[in-house]
Each structure stands twice: as C-alpha cells, then as structure tokens.
Design a protein around this ligand. Structure first.
Ligand code: PLP
Length: 434
C-alpha cells in the first residue's frame, strides 16, 4: 500500500479521508481522487526531468482523467496538457487553461476540432498525416493564423503490453510510417508550408510499460530521422516528444521510477547533440496513466452474494463495467479490499462482479477477501484513477457516478453524480408516437 492508503482501526483511509465517511456523504459508486498523489507524481517528474534538464516539458495526457479540476491542478503545477478531442480541449479552456500550453493529438481530428484549436491558439498540433496537414493549412489560411506542429511517427517498434494499448508498431492507426518516400514528402510539405511552423517529431510506443527498451529504440530512430532531415533539407528540428507509457501498479506490478525511462533517453539525446556540437531541442513527455491511476480508488456497496458450490462465489457491487470498462475491454486486473473490514483475514476467494446484464461484467476475478463480507459492506478497488471515469458510460441505464477530490482529510465534489434525469437529459420523445 502506498502512503495515501492507510488502515486506521480496520477502516480504509485514502489521502487522510475515512472512506466510510466519504460514502456516507457522497454515496456509491464513487470515484475518489487524491490530490496529494497527483502532485506527488508531478513533483517526481519535476525532480528527474523538468528541473534536471533544460528546455523540457511535461504534457499530461488528459484522456486518462479529464475534468475541470485536473486541469486546474495541472495549471497550478505549471504542467502542459495533451488533449485528443474538441471536448477535452473545450473542458481545458473552460477550466482556464492557457491555450498555448495545450498540445492536440489524434489520428482523425475533425475539421471543426482543428478550427477550435486554431481559434483558441493552442500550443501544438501533433499531426498524423498529410490529409490532416492540408486541413490545418486550410483552416489557418481562413483564419490568417499560423500553428506549430509536430509529426507523430510510428517508429515500428513493438512494446510488450496489451494489443489495445500498443501504438508504436508499424501496423497502427496512429502516426506516419517511416518509409523514406512517405516521411520525407511529409517533412518537405511541412517545411514548405507558410501556415505551419514545423517543430519536429512525436512518438508514443504504448502504455503500461515496465521495460524501457521500446522507448530507447524509438528515440534512436527519431535521432536518426533528425540527422536525415538535416542532411536532406538543412533543417534543424526544434522539438521532440517522447510520449507516455510509464507503467503503474494495479496488482503485483513493481512500478519503475520515471528516471528509469527518462535518464537513458535523455542521455542518448544529449550524447547525440554533443557529438554534433549543437544545443539539443526541446524535449517533451506525455504521461497520462502514471499521473492519475494510483491516485484514484472506486468505492462500491456490496449487494447480492452468490455461492455456486465447487465453482465460484460472486460478490456483486452497485457499479461495474459502466464505471470501469477496463477489465471487460482488455482483461485489466485490479486489487481491492472490504473498506470497513481491512483488518480481517482475507481467507475467502471470490469474484467481484458488477450489476450489468452482461456475463463479462466482472471487475476482479478470484480475489481473496474476508469471509464475513456481506451486503451493505463497502468494497474499494485501488488504482482506478486512469481510464475509469474518462471511459464511463451509462450502459444498462446506470448514471455516471460522482468524483470527489481528496487531500489531507478534506474532500470536495468535482463531478456531480448523474441523476436519472441527467442521464436522459438529451433524449426526446418522438412526437409522432405521443
Ligand atoms: C499520444 C499519446 N500520448 C500519451 C499517452 C499517455 O500514455 P500513458 O497514459 O500510458 O502515459 C497516450 C495514451 O495512450 C497517447 O496515445
């Protein structure tokens, strides 16, 4: 357990808050986010990256957890952010986020989204191909504005993670493949364009990684590309973006410190530029999951318990795949505990399931919990801060739960839980059927 998770007299506390009191105040299911842990992760990045190397930035990949309050925290902590849609961009702007510190990723940005980005004057667009470049040029011409761009490349490295979160291999919907004729045409068009300022290259090799090998391979490839661009176009690359992907602890993984990834990449980049006798370009990283995953827990109330003799014991909770789709989507594994019985021996193997009419609505398969768990007890699942709330749906007519931000024993609602009325708020009765 990390230091924000405490057992006080058998009751789970999170960032100083008694989880049972949180449940009493806000109900279940409930997402709880620790501000202390989020800031702690940013501080680690400041220490081993931003403050250690000149001309570096962190852009929080906000798809992992996108709310007004997280953008407020990023702003206060001096971080940049990465958005992947007009909706995330809109949320960030509504939170008062400075547009020039926003970077925009995505393999199929809509023209309307690009228009919004150019209008707001965002810092960078990470361009996925020539088709997108021509839309950007068109929009910029129309608005008489210029934008800074990087190209997302697919370095052709395969990282070891679930197939759905591996993105750097050649067969990927993201990025530009490095076939010489393809990438050089892209680069020439960007350099020649009067509507964009071409800064450099971006890669993201995948997510939930514990081995730095694919990051290092991709960095080597980017540096080789930079050399080719200098040789062919006499053009100096001003920025490289190394993506995110740093793994977190869900069950028994051992999280690697950021420096394990960052140090050898920075060494490689600095050695390369030292040899050329040139100052290195800006270096940006884009972590998402590692900022917020372990900063979040989900709280549920236990309901029906069903024991199928010699087969399995199902313990149902009042949420499930609508508030956490990851186990059903990519067999993600989690750990959890009965929050009001933390001291009790964990001697009963059970499966924690959700309340949806879907056999795949399982949150944790085969976890040991106390034998005395019963309806009305509170079950906490750890490390749900990334891709929990941000992937939530109202499937099966389940309203999206509230999100509470906690810090040193204080709590504040940052997302109201949906009511049934909110849930059907955009629906209309068909007039002809009335
Ligand atoms: C382009 C890009 N950057 C950054 C990230 C963040 O990755 P992670 O959450 O693993 O740090 C992602 C996540 O998929 C991504 O697609």
């Amino acid at each position: 357990m990390n230091s924000i998770i405490e057992n006080k007299k058998g009751i789970l506390h999170f960032d100083g808050c008694n989880t049972l009191e949180l449940v009493e105040k806000y109900g279940t299911p409930l997402y709880v986010m620790s501000e202390t842990e989020i800031v702690n992760r940013f501080n680690q990045l400041k220490e081993c990256f931003i403050n250690k190397y000149p001309n570096t930035r962190v852009a929080y990949a906000s798809k992992a957890f996108c709310t007004l309050a997280i953008y407020q925290i990023c702003k206060r902590e001096g971080m940049c952010i990465d958005v992947v849609s007009g909706g995330e961009l809109y949320t960030a702007i509504k939170a008062g986020y400075p547009p020039e510190k926003i970077e925009f990723n995505g393999n199929n940005k809509l023209r309307a989204e690009i228009e919004l980005a150019v209008e707001y004057g965002i810092g960078r667009i990470i361009v996925d191909g020539l088709q997108e470049l021509s839309i950007i040029e068109d929009v910029c011409k129309e608005k008489n504005k210029k934008v800074k761009i990087l190209y997302r490349i697919t370095p052709g490295v395969k990282s070891s993670s679930h197939d759905y979160i591996v993105t750097g291999k050649k067969d990927s919907k993201f990025g530009i493949p490095l076939d010489e004729d393809v990438i050089m045409k892209h680069i020439k068009d960007a350099i020649d364009s009067e509507w964009v300022e071409f800064l450099g290259f971006h890669y993201h090799v995948g997510s939930q990684l514990f081995d730095n090998e694919s990051h290092l391979k991709a960095t080597r490839i980017i540096l080789e590309l930079i050399k080719q661009v200098k040789g062919k176009f006499d053009y100096d690359i001003k920025e490289i973006n190394l993506g995110g992907g740093f793994g977190v602890k869900y069950t028994d993984e051992v999280r690697k410190p950021y420096a394990y990834f960052i140090e050898p990449m920075m060494e490689m980049i600095n050695d390369f530029y030292n040899e050329l006798g040139v100052v290195p370009p800006s270096v940006v990283i884009e972590p998402g999951r590692s900022i917020v995953a372990e900063a979040g827990i989900s709280l549920y109330t236990i309901g029906s318990i069903k024991e199928i003799r010699d087969v399995r014991k199902y313990v149902s909770v009042d949420g499930g795949m609508p508030d956490n789709i990851r186990p059903a989507l990519y067999q993600a594994e989690y750990d959890g505990v009965v929050a009001n019985k933390v001291d009790e021996e964990k001697n009963d193997k059970v499966t924690i399931c959700g309340k949806c009419c879907e056999s795949g609505d399982i949150l944790i398969t085969d976890i040991k919990i106390t034998k005395t768990a019963k309806a009305g007890d509170i079950f906490a699942i750890f490390s749900t801060g990334a891709y929990g709330y941000s992937m939530a749906s109202t499937y099966n007519g389940n309203p999206i739960p509230a999100v509470v931000l906690v810090k040193d024993g204080d709590s504040e609602l940052i997302v109201k839980g949906q009511s049934y009325e909110d849930m059907i708020g955009n629906q209309l009765m068909a007039k002809k059927l009335i």
